[in-house]
Write a protein that binds this ligand. Sequence first.
Ligand code: SF4
Length: 448
Amino acid sequence: MALTGIQIYKVLPKTNCKKCGLPTCLAFAMKLAQGQAELSLCPDVSDEARVSLEAASRPPMRLVTIGAGAKKLEVGGETMMFRHEKTFFHPAALVVRIRDTAPDTTIVEAVQEATSYSVERVGMTFGIDGIAIQNDSGDGARFATVAQIIKDKTDLPLILMSTDPAAMNTALDRVHDAKPAIYGANRNNIDQMIDLAKKHGVAMGIRGNGLDELAELSEKAAGAGVESLMLDPGARGLGDSLRVLTQMRRLAIKKGFRPMGFPTITFPGEGAASLDEQAILAAHYIAKYGSIIVLDTFSPAMIYPLITLRLNIYTDPQKPIQMAAGIYPIGNATADSPFCVTTNFSLTYFTIAGELEASGVPSWLMVCDTEGLSVLTAWSAGKFDAEKIAKTVMDQDAPSKINHRKMILPGRVAILKGELENELPDWKILVGPAEAMDIGGWFRKNWT
Ligand code: SF4
């Protein structure tokens, strides 16, 4: 269990030397307890205290890395049961499973389709996070060949899936430099799988038949030095998996039960009778508490809403996604194009930018720093007022970008028009529509 600031303070040197950058040891202890400082910042902590503090400050769920290079995957490392308590840190990974019984051409097409899939949401780009390779053929040589084919076609992280240690060894010998995870350790093969994970330094997935067996196997692997683990409790149906995954998260986070302190791996396709059911199960795993979600079907129509759901759940509620303040051209904006203003909440920006683009009228969109708040919220919090808008006009040097002096204010804050005219006496302030979707019609009637 996590230590309190006072418990940490008791084992610090108590010299208040300030080398850690904080004025007192107590302040440092408080920061450490909140996870806002690293123990390494204190050079004078004793070895004995370091050992006890490092053990106690280890996160309740281990962070596991799969793959190598820029697209390597990090899962786990969560510290909360519920996002609103603080935040979730590592979004559930969406992985597509490919079976080694498929023809090579089908495999290559599937890998290329998954690898090239890319969608943009509020200024961020998302795609598939990994490829799982299932050894359905029962043939180690074929499994290794398919792993090699897939590795050569993608830079996405790989998960090798087989319960046969010999087949896994053959595949690992071919693709171990990609640092794939291996999945399929169970009661029957755990010792050989541990040896393989240690030999190649890769993460290992364990499937247990219920939580007791899973805890026993996880403890055995960790005791043998394999601590990059992914846990599969074996439940597949909606109700069972919800209950078991919640229990696992609770044991890890609330009870500090180390054998459950690892990310989970889930298989929505195995509990589903249709694509719709697979999508429902995958959504459920994103919400509670899947760390890796292995999909059996690559369907953009299914994956896009899953990515959107994941973005909602894994966005830090205390840090709205923000745009940098600035003046952004929409389309081929010129010095005579309309000049609109809004706040820096990303969702607001991209909604308005999308509607401006759809209107077909090239324009400018000036973004004011409102600490990530939307228009009405920022206005009511005093962060989007005439003074702020006028200051942004000057800070961003709007007069150098546009010839006219006409500004289109969001209709929701029409009340700012008079004050803004006082702040910017050279400008004509126009009140735009209340809804972004009406901007095209508004341009046709009001912009000449
Ligand atoms: S560096 Fe260590 S001893 Fe010095 S003030 Fe910080 S916590 Fe205390």
